[in-house]
Design a protein around this ligand. Structure first.
Ligand SMILES: *[C@@H]1O[C@H](CO)[C@@H](O)[C@H](O)[C@H]1NC(C)=O
Ligand SMILES: *[C@@H]1O[C@H](CO)[C@@H](O)[C@H](O)[C@H]1NC(C)=O
Ligand SMILES: *[C@@H]1O[C@H](CO)[C@@H](O)[C@H](O)[C@H]1NC(C)=O
Length: 406
């Protein structure tokens, strides 16, 4: 790729144009205020540097009937260092969205650390369509704008759940180069080349208020030859530099590709994969794994199976950081809480930052509301499993043979 050359004045107008677009985006999708505490006080306590623990930015999306699942997931992945943005799409009622907001606001911990936001205005999303990619990019744009300090962007759905504590995840990621992207990908498209890429679909959720089914057209088009298509898991952990490249990079490839993907079914399984593997600056930062556990039917269907207690052993064996899909309040979730997250609902039991005693003016304080411990992390045995998986994935010979094979 030739280096991009443009005069400073064009550079400045590009900058202002993107700032305007982002500004419009942000104002349109007003966020609901959650916190009341002194934000600067918390920020002052948060240690941030190359040797400190990283910060994760979570984009958690869901639809009608998933508000309670989303709240449970939020608590299970909560840490005061991290940033969270929740979105319930137009498949969900106003009442459900308000209930979620109310529940988030009523947690003192979330109010104290001011790191949870809820997208106030909903819009239609079809998870099988490009509107889902648009939603993820929206989440990324808002998180970039709201918080200047996070290192990795993690996408979750309300049907996901962690298999490690945030202490574990922070511990494992702290020794990794901050530019790594965990993204499952292959260029071996098989039957999907014709079914997914040559066929043309239209996603009405890009221009209608209410959720509508995808429309398939009878026309077909050629497989692109200007770039190589990649496909993989829709669930990703992306580095901040790559997310910035996607949202407001001066390279036009992310936008051109987005327009191409506007007519591709299941584009969340391919947009980021194709983008990163065709970007010379980022190709070498890929780790070909999404760190998730799924169980598939035989033969596999379009969606993974709902997990139950029979999957517990395989889930642990996978050494993954997250698993999906779960039905609301499945007994397996209690088992994960108890055995893997060391979580006791009565005590909150979030992690090391929330343990011990805290006193203010000789009065016993809730330790979870104190920012004294937010830089303390105590990994559990689950961290060892995840660490061994990650170490294996980034060992050199595996990296070379697994990165964006054309
Ligand atoms: C669709 O949503 C927009 C933005 O919220 C609103 O202004 C408009 O009135 C809605 N249209 C209908 C038909 O509900
Ligand atoms: C990426 O890796 C390839 C093969 O190891 C190497 O030729 C290339 O220069 C690397 N690109 C960057 C941007 O580091
Ligand atoms: C657990 O899930 C598997 C696979 O979906 C299913 O065959 C089995 O019946 C389920 N078991 C229970 C106890 O629900």
């Amino acid at each position: 790729m030739k280096p991009l050359k443009f005069s400073p004045s064009i550079g400045i107008s590009v900058f202002f144009a993107s700032a305007l677009i982002l500004g419009a985006l942000y104002c349109y999708f007003l966020l609901e205020e959650v916190g009341t505490a002194d934000e600067e006080l918390v920020a002052a306590h948060l240690s941030k540097g190359p040797d400190d623990f990283p910060i994760f930015a979570y984009w958690i999306s869901g639809t009608g009937g998933e508000g309670r699942k989303m709240l449970r997931l939020l608590k299970a992945v909560y840490h005061p260092r991290n940033r969270y943005l929740l979105h319930l799409d137009a498949g969900c009622s106003y009442v459900e969205r308000s209930n979620l907001l109310h529940s988030v606001r009523s947690e003192r911990v979330f109010r104290t650390f001011r790191n949870v936001e809820v997208v106030g205005q909903s819009y239609a999303v079809d998870r099988a369509g490009p509107s889902a990619v648009a939603a993820t990019l929206h989440g990324a744009a808002v998180l970039l704008r709201l918080y200047t300090d996070w290192d990795w962007f993690i996408t979750l759905s309300a049907s996901d759940y962690p298999l490690v504590t945030q202490d574990d995840l922070l511990h494992v990621f702290t020794s990794l180069p901050r530019n790594l992207n965990f993204i499952d990908h292959t260029s071996d498209l098989g039957w999907k080349e014709y079914e997914r890429f040559d066929k043309i679909i239209v996603d009405p959720n890009l221009y209608m208020n209410k959720t509508e089914d995808l429309v398939s057209s009878t026309g077909v088009r050629k497989t692109p030859d200007a770039f190589k298509l990649f496909i993989g898991s829709p669930w990703v952990i992306l580095s901040r530099p790559f997310v910035e490249h996607c949202v407001h990079g001066s390279d036009n490839f992310p936008r051109k590709l987005l327009l191409y993907f506007a007519n591709v079914v299941f584009s969340t399984e391919s947009y980021f994969q194709t983008l990163i593997c065709n970007s010379p600056d980022f190709r070498n930062t890929t780790i070909n794994n999404d760190l998730r556990y799924f169980a598939w039917d035989d033969p596999p269907g379009l969606e993974p199976l709902f997990l139950n207690k029979t999957h517990f052993k395989a889930m642990i064996k996978s050494r993954a950081a997250f698993a999906r899909k779960f039905v609301e309040d499945d007994p397996l979730l209690n088992k994960v809480d108890e055995k893997l997250l060391g979580y006791t609902p009565s005590e909150g039991g979030f992690g090391q930052w929330c343990s011990g005693h805290s006193t203010m003016n000789n009065v016993e304080e809730d330790p979870c509301l104190s920012s004294d411990n937010i830089n303390l992390v105590r990994p559990s045995t689950s961290a060892m499993r995840l660490k061994s998986l990650v170490t294996e994935l980034i060992s050199l010979e595996r990296l070379n043979s697994n990165q964006c094979k054309f």
